[in-house]
Design a protein around this ligand. Structure first.
Ligand code: FAD
Length: 354
């Protein structure tokens, strides 16, 4: 696989044409990429997050998984790494940091647009969007919204953006602590605000933060945001509630890293008859109410659906076989096991020996 590409890479230049557009690079979407390659279809995958892996990577990377066939035990991140390795021989692109926004009919095909202005024209679309795109948990203060993009950030895209600035990082998970550590040599001042003294981060990261605090590189404040202040139209500080009473903090940027929450977003408006955030499908091929549009993995809705990784693998495999009929309407696909397909084997073996 080509290296997963970050938001906006070459987006918006022209319409990209492919056999299958896959929305979501969680385990279901990643295995579908491989299956597309096995049956000879091209594909382009997009994901709203800035790294592949879906829930596995975002919610439980270090947790062991025991119910993947023929893999007695691996961590969720190891599973994602192996899926990426499995797709690699086909070189299909994964565009990261791009959310699917609109889906429209283009003759017999579909046109998908992303938040970065990319337009993908595809014979079939596989929606492998899990619980929807993860969006950052917002600061729960009424005035917060108007500071978005004016001093209030929910992600750090480029550390350099904070060079020489006074930064308040709010949150107690891995992202908050990792960025506090990463920004300490770049920002003029780094203050870490968390409501408790215990962190929800890897123990080694929490220890590194404590060491940086003792070395005077990171100031730690235990408390919660109570009000945001502005000066000349931009965020300039906050009142923080602590056990010792209210405290005023002055800064240039607030980076709030409270974790991610799933949100179906624009997909909720597509005519897919979604119910409670899930998309009904025909279980013979996982096609939705729209011809050539499939839903697989956690987002698929049918009787007795199990939200398990292995269900998503199976669903993707069947969906792609039907997708083939849209992508190659003039061809009859003969069923061949990967172990009998000489050309495919050559490709997979060549890659294994590189
Ligand atoms: P996801 O993993 O949710 O991935 C969906 C991807 O789609 C996300 O990356 C998201 O950003 C992207 N996306 C969504 N909307 C858009 C959009 N509009 N545009 C672009 N991208 C979008 N299952 C097991 O089988 N075994 C286990 O041991 C196990 N343990 C679990 C432990 C925990 C704590 C949790 C929370 C789940 C566990 N699961 C387990 C369930 C398993 O993680 C899910 O079934 C699996 O992740 C579903 O895969 P998916 O690819 O369908 O969706």
């Amino acid at each position: 696989m080509n290296e997963p590409q970050k938001a906006g890479s070459s987006a918006g230049e022209s319409v990209e044409s492919t056999d299958v557009a896959i929305i979501g690079a969680g385990p279901a979407g990643l295995f579908a990429m491989f299956e597309a390659g096995v049956i000879g279809l091209n594909c382009i995958t997009i994901d709203a997050l800035d790294r592949p892996g879906g829930q596995c990577t975002e919610l439980y990377p270090d947790k062991p998984i025991y119910d993947i066939p023929a893999v007695p035990r691996c961590t969720a991140q190891e599973l994602v790494d192996r899926l990426l390795e499995q797709c690699e021989p086909f070189g299909y692109p994964i565009y990261l940091g791009e959310r699917a926004e609109t889906l429209e009919r283009a003759g017999e095909r579909w046109e998908l647009t992303t938040s970065e202005g990319r337009v993908i024209n595809a014979a079939a679309v596989l929606i492998a969007a899990g619980n929807g795109a993860f969006v950052p948990q917002r600061v729960g203060l009424p005035e917060a919204e108007r500071f978005e993009g004016r001093g209030l950030h929910y992600a750090v895209r480029q550390a350099e953006r904070f060079r020489g600035r006074r930064v308040l990082i709010a949150g107690g998970g891995d992202s908050a602590l990792d960025w506090a550590l990463a920004l300490r040599g770049i920002a003029e001042q780094v203050v870490l605000l968390h409501r408790r003294t215990a962190y929800r981060a890897a123990p080694a990261t929490a220890q590194a933060v404590m060491a940086a605090h003792e070395a005077g590189q990171i100031e730690i404040v235990t408390g919660t945001l109570d009000a945001l202040h502005e000066s000349h139209g931009v965020l300039s500080g906050a009142r923080v509630k602590t056990l010792q009473g209210d405290r005023e903090l002055v800064f240039d940027d607030l980076v709030a890293l409270f974790g991610l929450v799933p949100d179906l977003g624009p997909l909720a408006g597509w005519p897919l008859r979604a119910r409670a955030g899930r998309i009904p499908v025909d279980t013979s091929n996982y096609e939705t109410a729209l011809p050539g549009v499939f839903a697989i993995g956690d987002i698929a809705l049918y009787d007795n659906k199990q939200k398990l990784i292995l269900s998503g693998f199976h669903e993707g495999s069947l969906a792609l076989r039907k997708a083939y009929t849209y992508a190659r309407p003039d061809k009859q696909r003969t069923h061949v096991h990967s172990s009998y397909d000489a050309a495919l084997q050559e490709k997979l073996n060549a890659h294994a020996h590189e």
